[in-house]
Design a protein around this ligand. Structure first.
Ligand code: SF4
Length: 392
């Protein structure tokens, strides 16, 4: 069999979507696969042994941005896609195709583990996870698609001093341009949480004033705090709405629904007025928007795309940039498997990229919708955007 490289951006983009939906099988006995291993993160909850499963693979190098298309490995031993080493070449096999791929060792950054609390999430992105505690899970109000295992909770937020100590090391790594901070819902009082993050980000900016920061959190009740957050140097915020339609928001995300759909949208608009158009993000889960009674077997590809596109247009019209995660499960949530229609997802992603590009909300010089291509390998929105920008 002949090995080949993935030919062009569009082909790599479509393969990535297939890989995110169907997962990837990795030969767990192949101990020679020695690239960046999965690390314990807020949303890492695979029951499999991290040591043997690589975090991600590089599918393609883009000529225009000089950045790679990176795909996260959602391990699935039944997947028709398989990653393995042969003759010291890393290969991705699908049917009769054998693609040459690469491990993620970009600029040596991937060889450097900062700490348990700071991780490298892409070519120029670091991420901080303060706590993996979510009070919704504890209060029986967890999002229906959530797979967080409450047994893995670290109730206490990680030590700020410890994180800052490790963050100082990042300063010396010139490639790190962005920092993503995930708050974790470790306190029911979102205002108190935000006060904490205002101080925290102030300290981070004191160490590195140039780093661009995104904070993902629940909306506070006191809007003045958002002004303070901006004033200490936070560049972007994300309030993740998850469900785009009110009636499904109420059923699917009962914890977030304590605030209510309308207030959530209001807060997004408020954040936009403070941080500016294009600096406020909201993520939704592609795959669950069309479900009836939260049952995975009621997925409807056409309706999924209709709801998702309508939601994308609504957010863009209000100066908010939508993001999306492709639904996946390891069988521990109540929704279970969803037979996502890959063709429909590709079509939606192409439309999404076109709409975001047309909105002009993303800076012309940027190499992605959020951060740059080659980061956050679990998502395809950056790939969809770059594909539209340069190749369609
Ligand atoms: S906000 Fe929802 S998805 Fe996130 S950890 Fe809490 S329950 Fe899970």
């Amino acid at each position: 069999m002949n090995y080949k490289r993935i030919n062009n951006f569009k082909e790599a983009f479509e393969i990535k979507i297939n890989l995110l939906v169907t997962g990837i099988n990795v030969d767990l006995d192949d101990t020679k696969i020695s690239f960046k291993k999965k690390v314990d993160a807020l949303y890492s909850h695979t029951p499999y042994n991290y040591d043997k499963i690589p975090q991600e693979i590089i599918l393609y190098h883009d000529e225009n941005t000089k950045l790679p298309i990176v795909c996260n490995i959602r391990f699935n031993k039944k997947s028709p896609y398989r990653v393995f080493l042969k003759d010291n070449i890393l290969l991705l096999k699908y049917e009769d195709n054998l693609y040459i791929i690469e491990p993620t060792r970009i600029g040596n950054l991937y060889d450097y583990q900062f700490s348990e609390s700071i991780q490298i999430l892409g070519v120029n992105l670091a991420g901080i996870v303060l706590s993996n505690y979510c009070h919704f899970v504890h209060d029986n109000k967890k999002c229906r698609f959530c797979e967080i295992d409450s047994n893995c909770f670290n109730v206490k937020a990680k030590s700020r001093v410890e994180i800052l100590k490790h963050f100082k090391k990042i300063k010396t790594k010139k490639d790190i341009k962005y920092l993503s901070i995930t708050s974790g819902n470790f306190n029911k009082d979102y205002d108190k949480m935000l006060v904490f993050f205002i101080d925290f980000i102030k300290e981070i900016k004191f160490i590195n004033k140039d780093i661009k920061i995104l904070l993902s959190l629940m909306p506070p009740s006191d809007d003045e705090l958002l002004i303070k957050l901006k004033n200490v140097g936070c560049d972007m915020v994300a309030f993740n709405i998850e469900m785009l339609e009110r009636k499904r928001f109420e059923k699917m995300v009962p914890g977030k629904n304590l605030l209510g759909y309308d207030l959530y949208v209001e807060k997004l608009k408020k954040a936009k007025s403070i941080f500016g158009a294009g600096n406020v993000y909201s993520n939704f889960v592609y795959g669950v928007q069309s479900l009836i009674k939260n049952r995975g077997d009621t997925f409807n590809g056409k309706e999924e795309n209709d709801i998702s596109l309508k939601g994308v247009k609504f957010l863009l019209k209000n100066g908010i940039i939508p993001l999306y995660t492709v639904y996946h499960t390891n069988g521990t949530n109540e929704i279970g498997d969803i037979n996502i229609n890959i063709e429909k997802l590709i079509n939606f992603s192409l439309d999404y990229g076109r709409l975001v590009l047309k909105s002009n909300l993303v800076d012309k010089d940027k190499k992605g919708v959020l951060f740059d291509l080659g980061s956050i390998s679990n998502h395809v929105y950056n790939d969809a955007y770059i594909l539209n920008k340069y190749y369609l």
